[in-house]
Unconditional design. Structure first.
Length: 452
């Protein structure tokens, strides 16, 4: 294959030798074995059994069978020359009842995964919480209950005590605004709660838990261990330059991009720009203001697209709505998200501008397309172009002096994409979910070549 000028230009050397390249997954989306070896049920195990919640009635009881096939998948990571592997821990494998009795089989499982990574020369990066709250805790109110801070502290302590000797990169939680927004306001993700009465307390208890989780890791882990947490983000642009669209975009930006990071940086919740969240203060206990803050070693940002926002009289609270990408005549992924590479550049710039952000790692970026295996091969030119174009934008930000020092593709294998089921294929590796057959896509081969 002949290389174009642009491809020659995009070499990993341009990012520097210490730039961290990787691939990301999450426990619930790949592991399967939902009730094996003493595992308890999570909110997602329960949510996926409810009628009409998941596209095509899909569930994740087997998913990519990573629980059993982890050696094969880690071998593939090594074959693709990917040095860092981000994955998450299932809370209910370790604490089937959410708190209390530890299930040793769960600890043993993650020890096997971590040890196999290390054996293969792949560096494990751990996300402690990627959305799979124990169902028994949801029955007690889940994240709306302030006790969740204590429950989560117990879980993260056990993770640190058991895996902290070998894992040198930690992320406390994944994308808080997505799991609280979709799970506690819109009710379209687990646990399926809705409304401000659930969303607002969940926001505060989650933010408190992220900060407390950071402090626990800092206390229990060696001083060289890198402690981070991850945030979803999308470039926000107003639909027109009319003042009411511009103001709507400011509110959407506060909700989508600023809500969680700002209190964690010690700036407080962005209530001034998002007055609908003024009730957050009702959930404050004395001292919370300070406890919301934690000094992370790195911030993980996860970007896929941009959003165009307009004023909307009929949308309660935020009075803003998204102008759907499919109505804008732009390139779309299978998620109906716009392909818009400059978004990642603008998001790196935005987070880099916060005074207390020390380092940024792009902990997720990728795209879903309807890939098919033909003669044993998967040709996915759209994903390949997406990755190159987004990576080029990361380089642009880095060259302008931003503290961005890592990039992880979402994701390794086609997996269970939450409410969308198996329909969107995000993997560098195609999975036939009936046979668990893996086929490295052309984009995966490109990434391997790039990382060589
Ligand atoms: C992010 C999630 C991840 C995956 C990608 C497509 O919001 O963190 O689990 O679903 O989107």
């Amino acid at each position: 294959m002949e290389l174009t000028d642009r491809e020659i230009h995009l070499s990993k050397d341009l990012f520097g030798a210490d730039f961290e390249w990787g691939v990301s997954t999450a426990a619930f989306q790949v592991e399967g074995s939902h009730d094996a070896d003493g595992k308890g049920l999570s909110v997602w195990d329960v949510f996926t059994t409810k009628k009409g919640k998941i596209l095509n009635g899909d569930h994740a009881q087997t998913a990519c069978d990573f629980y059993n096939l982890y050696e094969r998948d880690i071998d593939l990571i090594k074959e693709l020359n990917i040095p860092n592997f981000r994955f998450s821990i299932s809370w209910t494998r370790i604490l089937p009842e959410g708190t209390g009795k530890i299930n040793q089989a769960g600890i043993d499982y993650y020890n096997r995964v971590i040890n196999y990574c290390l054996k293969q020369g792949v560096e494990p990066w751990l996300t402690v919480y990627h959305w799979d709250l124990p169902h028994v805790l949801e029955v007690k109110g889940g994240w709306t209950n302030r006790e969740a801070i204590t429950w989560f502290s117990e879980f993260i302590t056990i993770c640190a005590q058991n895996f902290g000797d070998r894992v040198k990169h930690w992320m406390v939680m994944n994308e808080p605004v997505v799991f609280t927004g979709a799970g506690y306001f819109f009710g379209i993700h687990a646990p399926g709660r809705s409304g401000m009465k659930n969303f607002v307390p969940a926001i505060h208890h989650v933010t408190m838990s992220i900060a407390e989780g950071g402090r626990i890791l800092r206390r229990l882990l060696s001083s060289t261990t890198q402690i981070g947490t991850t945030f979803s983000c999308s470039q926000i642009e107003p639909y027109t330059d009319k003042p009411r669209d511009i103001a709507a975009a400011v509110r959407a930006d506060a909700l989508i991009n600023r809500l969680y990071i700002e209190p964690l940086l010690g700036m407080g919740y962005p209530i001034k720009d998002l007055p609908a969240l003024k009730d957050l203060k009702k959930y404050f206990y004395p001292g919370d203001e300070d406890k919301l803050r934690f000094d992370f070693d790195f911030i993980g940002i996860q970007n896929y697209t941009r959003e165009i926002i307009k004023y909307s009289f009929f949308t309660p609270y935020i009075k803003a709505s998204m102008v759907k990408a499919e109505k804008r005549g732009v390139d779309l992924t299978a998620m109906r998200w716009e392909v818009y590479p400059p978004s990642i550049y603008h998001m790196i710039k935005k987070y880099d501008a916060y005074p207390n952000v020390k380092k940024i790692i792009v902990t997720e970026n990728g795209s879903a397309f309807p890939d098919e295996v033909t003669d044993g091969e998967v040709n996915d030119p759209k994903r390949l172009k997406y990755l190159k174009d987004y990576i080029a934008q990361v380089l642009k930000a880095k060259n302008e002096g931003c503290k961005v020092n890592g990039y992880f593709v979402w994701t390794l294998t086609d997996n269970f994409e939450w409410a969308e089921g198996y329909h969107p294929r995000f993997g560098l590796i195609h999975v036939d979910h009936a046979t668990q057959q893996r086929t490295v896509k052309a984009s995966g081969r490109w990434y391997a070549e790039f990382l060589k």
